[in-house]
Design a protein. Structure first.
Length: 435
C-alpha cells in the first residue's frame, strides 16, 4: 500500500506518522509526504517528495498507484486540489474548493452560519476602510477584526483600544495580510473559554475526534500576539458530555447537513473553533477545513484505532459503521518557534539536541517530536536548521495533564536553537481545572 500526505508542517508529520503506524498493523506501507520536512525525512518508511503543484501531485499519485491522499494544510484545499484529484479518478480525503470556503472566506462562513442557525457572534463585512472605521467608532471596543481570506493564522486582531482596531482595518484592507484581502469581517468580542472541536465526516455521518484545546497567544498567560498555535492538550477539560452533545447538534450536524442542502457534501476533517460563554452557550469563532495544528499532534498521539481504516470508511461513505478508540491518558504538545515569530521568523539557525533523541520514536513511547519548519542546511547540508515560524512540536502522554506537561518540557529542554520561543505554561487551564 502507498499513501500520500500533502503538506510540510508538524500536522503533516503527525498525519504521516500515524498512517505509517496504522499500516504496520495491516500490510506494510510506504507513506509519501509532499513536500515534507527534515523530520519526515528522518522517519523510516516516510519519504519526502519535493513537489507542490496540483498537476505534479496528480501525476505522482497516478504513477505510484497511491491508495488515497490526505490533505494537511488549507492552501491546497483553497486551490481546489480535491476537485482536481476527484476529476482524475483519485481518492483524496478533504473538502472541495466550494466546501472549503468555510475556512477560506470568513464572510462566506458567517453567512452560511446565519442561513443554517449555527450560533456565532454578531458581525458585519466591509471592503471600505472608511465604513469599517465608522462601524468601529459606533460599536466601541473590545472588538474583533478578521481578514476575510487565508492569513496563515495571523489574520485576526482582538482590539482592546480604538487605536488597535483602526490600525488593524488599515493593515488588512491595505493588502498586508497576504491573500486575505480585500474584505474584512468585524465581529463582536465574545468572552469565555476557547476550545477546538474536530471531527471526520463522509458528508452525512460524523465521527468526533478526541477533544482538544490550543494556546494561540505567543507568550505565557495568553499574552502577546496571536499565532498559529503555541501548544495544545487533549482532552479538553471543559467539554462535558452534555456540552459535547450540544456542539454536535447545534454546530457540527447543522454544518454538515447545511452543506448537503446547498449541494456540496462536505468530506474531510472539520474543525470548529468555539467559544464557550460563561453561561454555557456556544459561539463559533471560526471553521477550519482540516485538522488543527498543534491539535492534530495531541489527538493523533492519543488515537488507538487504525487511522487508515477510519479514512477508508470516510471515503466509502460509511463512517457510521466504525468508532474511534482513544488512549485514556492525557496528551500535551509544546511548540518551539523561531526568533521573530510570528511577524518575521528568522531562518537558518542550527537545531541542536535532536540527535540525542532516537531518530524514530515507536508509537509505544510516551512522546514524539514532530517537525514543522525544519530543513537540511549548514555548511555541508547535513545539519537540521530552522526554516519557518513554528519549528518543532514536542508532544507527550501522561497519566494526567501535569505528568504530560512535565514530560513534554523535559524533552523540549534537550533541544536548542538560537532565539527559540517557547511558552512555559501550556496546559495550565487543564491543570488548574483538575485541582
Amino acid at each position: 500500500m502507498k499513501l500520500l500526505v500533502i503538506g510540510g508542517g508538524a500536522r503533516e508529520h503527525a498525519l504521516a506518522w500515524k498512517l505509517l503506524d496504522s499500516s504496520r498493523r495491516r500490510l506494510p506501507a510506504t507513506v509519501f509526504v509532499a513536500p515534507g520536512n527534515a523530520g519526515t525525512e528522518l522517519e523510516k518508511d516516510l519519504k519526502n517528495v519535493p513537489i507542490t503543484t496540483i498537476p505534479e501531485l496528480i501525476e505522482f499519485a497516478r504513477k505510484e498507484s497511491i491508495a488515497f491522499t490526505v490533505v494537511g494544510p488549507e492552501a491546497p484545499l483553497a486551490e481546489g486540489i480535491v476537485d482536481a484529484f476527484r476529476f482524475a479518478g483519485l481518492k483524496i480525503f478533504g473538502p472541495t474548493q466550494k466546501a472549503a470556503q468555510l475556512e477560506t472566506s470568513k464572510d462566506f462562513a458567517k453567512a452560511f452560519m446565519g442561513r443554517h442557525g449555527i450560533p456565532t457572534a454578531d458581525y458585519a463585512t466591509f471592503s471600505s476602510a472608511a465604513k469599517a472605521h465608522r462601524y468601529i467608532d459606533k460599536k466601541g471596543v473590545p472588538i474583533v477584526i478578521k481578514a476575510d481570506g487565508l492569513a496563515a493564522g495571523k489574520g485576526v486582531v482582538v482590539a482592546v483600544t480604538l487605536e488597535e482596531a483602526h490600525a488593524a482595518v488599515d493593515k488588512m484592507l491595505g493588502g498586508k495580510s497576504g491573500k486575505a484581502g480585500p474584505k474584512i469581517v468585524i465581529e463582536e468580542f465574545v468572552e469565555g473559554e476557547e476550545i477546538s472541536f474536530i471531527v471526520m465526516t463522509d458528508g452525512r455521518h460524523v465521527l468526533p475526534l478526541a477533544s482538544s484545546q490550543d494556546h494561540k497567544r505567543l507568550k505565557d498567560g495568553d499574552e502577546g500576539p496571536n499565532t498559529g498555535g503555541m501548544g495544545a492538550y487533549s482532552p479538553a477539560s471543559s467539554i462535558t458530555p452534555t456540552l459535547h452533545g450540544k456542539i454536535m447538534r447545534e454546530v457540527i450536524q447543522r454544518t454538515i447537513s447545511g452543506m448537503e442542502k446547498e449541494g456540496e457534501r462536505y468530506i474531510g476533517f472539520l474543525y470548529a473553533g468555539l467559544m464557550i460563554t460563561p453561561d454555557g452557550g456556544i459561539k463559533v469563532l471560526e471553521f477550519n477545513c482540516r485538522m488543527g495544528d498543534p491539535e492534530a499532534e495531541v489527538i493523533l498521539l492519543r488515537l488507538k484505532s487504525n487511522f487508515i481504516t477510519l479514512i477508508e470508511h470516510a471515503l466509502s461513505g460509511n463512517l457510521d459503521k466504525i468508532e474511534a478508540e482513544w488512549d485514556r491518558r492525557a496528551a500535551l504538545a509544546v511548540v518551539m518557534a523561531a526568533s521573530g515569530y510570528p511577524d518575521s521568523p528568522r531562518k537558518g539557525d542550527a537545531i541542536e539536541g535532536l540527535s540525542a533523541l532516537p531518530a524514530t520514536l515507536p508509537v509505544e513511547r510516551d512522546y514524539h517530536v514532530f517537525h514543522a519548519g525544519t530543513a537540511r542546511g549548514g555548511e555541508n547540508g547535513e545539519e537540521i536548521v530552522t526554516a519557518g515560524g513554528r519549528i518543532l512540536c514536542v508532544a507527550a502522554l501522561g497519566d494526567n495533564f501535569r505528568m504530560a506537561q512535565r514530560r513534554a518540557y523535559e524533552i523540549a529542554e534537550q533541544i536548542h536553537f538560537d532565539g527559540c520561543q517557547m511558552r512555559r505554561d501550556i496546559g495550565y487551564r487543564a491543570i488548574n481545572h483538575r485541582k
